[in-house]
Design a binder for this molecule. Structure first.
Ligand SMILES: CC(=O)SCCNC(=O)CCNC(=O)[C@H](O)C(C)(C)COP(=O)(O)OP(=O)(O)OC[C@H]1O[C@@H](n2cnc3c(N)ncnc32)[C@H](O)[C@@H]1OP(=O)(O)O
Ligand SMILES: O=C([O-])CC(=O)C(=O)O
Length: 371
């Protein structure tokens, strides 16, 4: 057997959703640069799910379905209250999404139509869960979703209790577009593995959220901000980064399994960070990030990934650090569910092999004779 550690280079399925070829990322054939500059998150969600960009009527239809499904059951508010201040928001999100299945009468209906409806329900409810949890742990009442605001603005509204500026809503919308899908990343693969057993979509998304949480994947964005905060000032960057590299520590937000010459999403987030730094008058996080990028590229030849500049962007938008990965999930839910739908439509159980390296020919010893 040939073992590809970490499945590097293994092509595990065909997919018509997103592709990375020669460092270029496309969703359904549209370059991410064009989508980031021109499309709204709702347009991108529609594109990922249905394979084409929506016309105006289709887009309005999706937006009103998202608005209609944005509230969460009262029992979930109780779950959030009991666990506020005790549990990481990603653990809450994972548990809350799993619990949503208990309140969905079509949770076990695996038809394509039901799963398309569930993709919309999940996408609509995740922002409500994340913001309700964030407010409850600050001792504040959750803010109910407001129809008509749009997905990105509604999240910021529910988080802060006031409607965001146009600039903030647009920047956040763009960040969501950039995170929506990414071929066979670890959490999407995990979702497809669960789907491959013909389990329900809530099980697949619960799997995906658990997988996104880790710091080598989506959890890196929170760790990037932790690094920036722990360094704190420009003069400490060089010695701290050098010592991390000397100790063979990973610098969070750098490196990628597929992109060896840079992540095409990072330049958009770098520019957004620059603009928000100027608008907020707080240039520290942006300037520190640029300096760290220079050092890591010079010393190690490794470039920033999507998580690196998203950390300062979210901080400039006033979002708490431990909500960064839930926000990633809030966008990636569209990609995950698109992949789940694609997997159901052309399913085969996903079951690779392992090369056994353990002991062999062991003789069974009765328990009273064991040392
Ligand atoms: C949304 C996302 O999931 S994007 C990725 C988010 N994750 C991070 O930012 C965490 C930091 N980065 C990493 O840990 C890795 O680059 C990963 C997990 C993204 C990719 O991992 P792999 O493809 O397995 O790369 P691997 O870990 O084998 O790295 C190859 C070499 O680059 C080095 N390297 C890779 N990333 C980094 C990093 N961030 N900092 C320092 N060195 C790094 C490794 O130490 C290794 O060096 P070596 O050959 O001298 O031992
Ligand atoms: O593709 C990956 O391995 C990780 C990543 O960048 C993403 O999920 O956006």
């Amino acid at each position: 057997m040939t073992v590809a550690k970490g499945l590097e280079g293994v092509v595990a399925c065909t997919s018509a959703i997103s592709s990375i070829v020669d460092g270029v990322l496309t969703y359904r054939g549209y370059n991410i640069d064009d989508l980031a500059d021109h499309a709204s998150f709702e347009e991108v969600a529609y594109l990922l799910w249905y394979g084409h960009l929506p016309n105006q009527t289709e887009l309005e239809g999706l937006k009103s379905e998202l608005d209609r499904n944005a509230s969460i059951p009262d029992e979930l508010h109780q779950l959030l209250k009991i666990n506020a201040n005790r549990i990481h928001p990603m653990s809450i999100l994972r548990t809350a999404v799993s619990a949503l299945a208990l309140y969905d009468e079509e949770a076990e209906n695996n038809s394509q139509e039901a799963n398309q409806r569930k993709a919309i329900k999940l996408t609509a409810k995740i922002p409500t869960i994340v913001t309700a949890f964030s407010r409850i742990r600050q001792g504040l009442e959750p803010v109910a979703p407001k129809a008509g605001l749009g997905f990105a603005a509604n999240f910021l509204y529910m988080l802060k209790g006031e409607e965001p500026t146009d600039v903030a809503a647009k920047a956040f919308d763009k960040a969501l577009v950039l995170h929506a899908d990414h071929e066979l990343n670890a959490s999407t693969f995990a979702a497809r593995v669960t789907t491959g057993t013909l389990a329900d979509i809530y099980s697949a998304i619960t799997t995906a959220i658990g997988t996104l949480k880790g710091p080598l994947h989506g959890g890196a964005n929170e760790q990037v901000m932790a690094t920036l905060e722990s360094i704190g000032t420009m003069d400490k960057i060089e010695p701290i980064i050098q010592s991390k590299l000397d100790n063979k520590e990973k610098i969070m937000g750098f490196g990628h399994r597929v992109y060896k010459d840079g992540d095409p999403r990072a330049k958009h987030l770098r520019e957004m960070s620059r603009q928000l730094a100027e608008q907020t008058g707080n240039k520290l996080w942006y300037e520190m990030s640029v300096e760290i990028e220079k050092l890591v590229v010079d010393k190690k030849g490794i470039k920033p990934n999507v998580d690196f500049y998203s950390a300062s962007v979210y901080t400039y938008l006033g979002i708490p650090r431990d909500l960064f990965t839930p926000i990633f999930a809030m966008s990636r839910i569209t990609g995950w569910t698109a992949h789940v739908l694609e997997q159901y439509a052309n399913n085969r159980l996903i079951r690779p092999r392992a090369e056994y390296t353990g002991a062999t020919h062991q003789a069974y010893v009765p328990i009273d004779q064991r040392k």
